[in-house]
Write a protein that binds this ligand. Structure first.
Ligand SMILES: [Zn+2]
Length: 194
């Protein structure tokens, strides 16, 4: 069903452990600590993707769709799965034939070296204490939300409906580890908040 289709409403569903009688009043509370941990993981996930795009930028031999900072968007072109965890994320990229056809060269890619460069960028972004915000164009659930981060390199933005921290400095320390297995590049991002 498309967003905004007539006759359809989009709602959040809460799954309860035991059935409740219809009409029963309930209290809902957010687990603040757990949400903060997920917010940290999610903010770090977006920053790591942008840093990875920047580090891999010179491996593109054809023009590729750029990300919001102007680098070829490796993340969007190659991602096969992305999972946000408390204080981190796991992103898997496929370096297969289709990516090669798009112009990306994975020749002699050294995961440890790429990770070191990504981590250097991330450290700079955390130190920059850049503000993070989510732009919400309307009150409805289907409104297209956009994540924004004002980095020293420019205004970064990514379509996103998740929860986030409000400044990069709140992350404390972010680092990624990269592993290359067959044609799958896995990026594990870890936040160690102060
Ligand atoms: Zn997101």
């Amino acid at each position: 069903m498309r967003r905004g289709a007539e006759g359809w409403e989009w709602l959040v569903v809460h799954v309860t452990e035991s059935p409740l009688p219809v009409g029963e009043e309930v209290d809902l509370s957010v687990d603040r600590e757990h949400r903060t941990a997920l917010s940290a993981g999610h903010t770090a996930c977006h920053l790591a993707a942008l840093a990875l795009n920047a580090v891999l930028a010179d491996r593109w031999r054809k023009e590729a769709r750029p990300d919001s900072l102007g680098n070829p968007d490796f993340d969007q072109a190659a991602i096969t799965s992305s999972r946000i965890e408390p204080h981190g994320s796991v992103d898997v990229y496929r370096l297969g034939k289709s990516l090669r056809k798009k112009g990306f060269s994975a020749e002699d890619l050294d995961p440890a070296q790429v990770a070191a460069q990504v981590n250097e960028l991330l450290a700079g972004w955390v130190a920059a204490d850049a503000p993070v915000r989510v732009e919400v164009p309307g009150p409805e659930l289907t409104a297209r939300r956009t994540w924004h981060c004002s980095l020293p390199e420019g205004e970064a933005s990514i379509p996103c409906g998740g929860t986030h921290l409000t400044r990069t400095s709140e992350l404390g320390r972010v680092s990624v580890a990269l592993t290359l297995d067959d044609a799958a590049l896995t990026m594990r991002t870890t936040v160690s908040m102060c």
